[in-house]
Design a protein around this ligand. Structure first.
Ligand code: PHE
Length: 355
């Protein structure tokens, strides 16, 4: 027969079980074991009736107190395990903000833009101001004013793309996509007075089949200087400095006679190759940059033709000058080691990120 001491022992055991229960299920098992219909404490309470009358009061009071203590402990235990469960859930659901972000892809300038800026920068060191002109040009500026009249055989090499004039086609004033940047020689001379030093980078167009070194849309740069007493020596000096700043080292400059209707005399400029230093050979055989010749042909040039000077109202006895012009892609291919001109227009990031 249970007595109050037994109740105290039961109390200690039950409270310890509540303390040790790790979760809701275990607490429920403790509750059923002690306070359930056939629980240990329930049985003890029921046994009150069997006690001698003088013990009933003390035992009953103690048993009710143990029951109340146990119920309170169960409530607190329930709060404890639920709180722990919530914290565990939070911990498991926590966003890991320490994840490194996706790598940012930094943009960079297109190799053609870089080359244009480099050409402009270098010419600026010699006083050339960069200006731009229209890509849709008149026959007059692209050809006529440059001594290439209708029927002149030099027209043939330009493979011109003619366009229709939105203001109505006038057979006397045909419109085209400029085939070179040279029309800006005339426009600049018309709108300014000497001394003139300008650099004109810009897009040009020719009706041409595309291959590894030709595109129908491409860029040129033009240099023009007009002053008193300018000569081929000044032209050569400018090109020396240009080549050395662009390619580095002690570049040589070579003039080879050429023909352009708007310059006289005219020449083709070649620089000694900056890869093989003009020797034509590298350790692995013939130099691939210059094709083994030791020279890189870079541009056309010459002294501005007196007829062009007169056309814009200049006196060739007083003012002369020189002009030069070449392909931006050609320079960009040399500087970046790009083997095919078409890569510049395909917008392939694998090329653009490394070129
Ligand atoms: N405009 C010429 C071309 O496209 C190049 C050139 C420019 C030649 C300036 C002489 C002077 O072929």
């Amino acid at each position: 027969m249970a007595n109050v001491t037994d109740l105290m022992i039961m109390r200690e055991q039950a409270l310890a079980a509540v303390q040790g229960a790790p979760d809701v299920a275990e607490l429920e098992a403790v509750r059923v074991r002690w306070l359930g219909r056939s629980g240990l404490l329930t049985a003890a309470l029921r046994s009150v009736a069997a006690l001698p009358i003088e013990e009933r009061r003390a035992f009953g009071a103690a048993a009710n107190q143990v029951k109340a203590d146990l119920e309170l402990a169960l409530d607190q235990g329930s709060a404890r395990v639920r709180g722990a469960a919530t914290l565990a859930q939070f911990a498991s659901e926590q966003a890991d903000l320490s994840l490194p972000p996706r790598r940012l892809r930094l943009g960079r300038l297109h190799p053609i833009s870089r080359t244009i800026r480099e050409v402009s920068r270098i010419l600026a060191t010699m006083g050339f101001e960069t200006v731009e002109g229209p890509e849709v040009e008149s026959d007059y500026y692209n050809f006529e004013a440059l001594n290439i009249p209708r029927g002149h055989p030099a027209r043939d090499k330009f493979n011109t793309l003619w366009v229709s004039d939105p203001l109505g086609d006038d057979p006397e004033r045909p419109v085209l996509l400029r085939t070179h940047t040279s029309p800006m020689q005339i426009r600049v001379m018309e709108s300014r007075r000497p001394p003139i030093r300008v650099c004109v980078p810009g897009r040009c167009y020719r009706f041409e089949a595309t291959d590894a070194t030709h595109e129908s849309v491409f860029f040129q740069y033009e240099g023009l200087a007009i002053d008193e007493q300018l000569s081929m020596a000044d032209l050569k000096g400018v090109l020396y400095s240009f080549a050395r700043q662009l390619f580095g080292g002690e570049r040589k400059v070579k003039f080879r006679p050429d023909y352009f209707p708007f310059t006289e005399p005219s020449a083709e400029i070649a620089f000694d190759c900056f890869v093989c230093n003009g020797g034509g050979r590298t350790n692995s055989g013939a130099c691939r940059t210059c094709g083994g010749s030791g020279w890189i042909e870079a541009a056309g040039c010459g002294m501005v033709h007196p007829a062009a000077l007169r056309r814009v109202g200049y006196d060739p006895e007083r003012h002369q000058g020189f002009a030069f012009g070449g392909g931006i892609e050609r320079l960009a291919m040399l500087l970046t080691g790009t083997p095919d001109i078409r890569l510049f227009q395909t917008n392939d990031l694998r090329f653009l990120e490394t070129a």
